[in-house]
Write a protein that binds this ligand. Structure first.
Ligand code: FES
Length: 264
């Protein structure tokens, strides 16, 4: 597997400062942080993320910090330079906290031109990275079904739009009318927990293959949410094996057609 890792997208990413303007508790386990950000981040689209680090008031860009930045996928982008991030309620944040952000990281999700029905799968992870797509899909009259699987079933969905159909999968990952749902979906986006993601994606792909006669290309996408040491294609830490050569989550992703990846 050969992949020449060199910084590829520095021209569109930049480091900016932001601060937490407001914090809202949206469920027992999650809070939403409203970040006042540089205007360059107001055009973030579903699939794109930011690399975040908390900083102090007199922070300088050169300030060395041994820890990786956190990969945050916004759940909402508001007009007035505000992006909204959903984080576990147990994490300690205060309004006014300064952040250093690098972004945008990655590519927007690619939806089919004639999209009528979409299926979202969240397995062993909160569905945050899938949420930013919802307002645009719903305003385009796309029907959205979300299946929560494994530990994702504990995610409280009370704050999500009412128009979304939300189902909880059984322990064997099946759900009611599964064959019909998979036949009806024009596209599937799957999000899995970190750490064992290739194995989780393989399980989901096999699950779908067992219920559909074929899984065509550009039908089922896996969304990766690995932590990214550089985010610009320079370190190869986020490399994935794919048909036709290696891919990088930070440059080519975060969503990949699961039929093109080597998940073994
Ligand atoms: S190549 Fe460094 S994080 Fe992707």
């Amino acid at each position: 597997m050969v992949r020449n890792c060199s910084p590829l997208i520095l021209k569109v990413m930049k480091e900016t400062q932001a601060y937490i303007e407001r914090i809202k508790r949206v469920s027992r386990d999650y809070q939403r942080l409203e970040l006042a950000v540089d205007r360059s981040l107001s055009s973030l689209r579903a699939g794109q993320a930011i690399l975040s680090r908390r900083v102090e008031k007199d922070y300088e860009v050169q300030h060395w910090n041994p820890y990786l930045r956190e990969l945050w996928f916004p759940v909402e982008v508001q007009d007035s330079n505000i992006i909204v991030i959903e984080r576990p309620a147990r994490e300690d944040f205060i309004p006014g906290q300064l952040l250093s952000l690098i972004g945008p990281v990655g590519n927007p999700f690619r939806f089919r031109r004639k999209l009528r029905n979409i299926l979202l799968l969240a397995y062993e992870t909160p569905p945050g990275p899938l949420l930013l797509m919802l307002p645009a899909l719903l305003s385009n009259q796309v029907s959205v079904t979300m299946i929560l699987m494994g530990s994702s079933r504990a995610y409280d969905t009370g704050h999500l739009p009412e128009e979304i159909e939300i189902l909880l999968a059984e322990d064997d990952l099946s759900w009611p009318d599964m064959v019909m749902t998979l036949g009806w979906a024009d596209q599937v986006f799957a999000l899995v927990g970190q750490g064992n993601e290739l194995s989780y994606f393989e399980q989901l792909l096999q699950l779908v293959r067992g219920r559909r006669s074929d899984v065509p290309e550009n039908y089922m996408f896996g969304v990766f949410q690995r932590q990214l040491p550089c985010g610009v294609g320079a370190c190869c830490a986020c490399m994935l094996r794919a048909r036709g050569g290696a891919k990088l989550q930070c440059v080519d992703g975060p969503a990949f057609d699961l039929t093109t990846l080597r998940l073994d």
